[in-house]
Write a protein that binds this ligand. Sequence first.
Ligand code: DX5
Ligand code: ZN
Length: 216
Amino acid sequence: MSVLIAPSVLAADFANLEKEVKMLNTSQADWLHIDIMDGVFVPNISFGIPVTEAIKRYAQKPLDVHLMIVQPEKYVEAFHKAGASIISVHIEACAHLHRNIQQIKSLGIKAGVAVNPHTSVAQLENIIQDIDLVCLMSVNPGFGGQKFIELTYEKVRQLKAMIKASGSQALIEIDGGVNQHNAKALIDAGADVLVAGNFVFSASNPPEVIASLKAL
Ligand code: DX5
Ligand code: ZN
């Protein structure tokens, strides 16, 4: 399977969302990554349910919703209704992660777990068989355009080994600071999905950047 590319709409021009989403529709992007921040779990606020619905109105690709919020169980259904195909919740925000994952799966969509840079992937051992995606944060969540944390390579390798040993089908998604310098090494380490925000949207030709990642 070739690597999946999920451009992060957080880095798009919010005043021209229709144009940006249509650009992604005609590009080689596989998913649209949707970053939801509540100003509590992370020190920033992005956008919420109405904007996700607006993106969905034009999007022809799956919406990969990354909830950087506390008490995600309160909003999972609303994001499903807004058009999410995948919803990831943070392990650090969930005291009852297994219940949160079952809630997402009961809606008939894919469930993911996101892990902060300081969280060991070993903490996923008892949930890995139940999930479709691990969103491995390669920056501290809250902002686009941050520097990639090098420890991520080792975490990808550890996670890949755990997934293989357990027979889980979970995909490994890398989120934060992905660019031309680290993408190939991430794929070689075992990454299945690359999120890219600034690397895609700050380029003069975003579809070309997406195609270059896709070709790795
Ligand atoms: C960070 C977000 C990321 C971010 C990635 O909190 O979860 O998805 O948009 O942006 P770049 O690729 O610019 O680091
Ligand atoms: Zn994200």
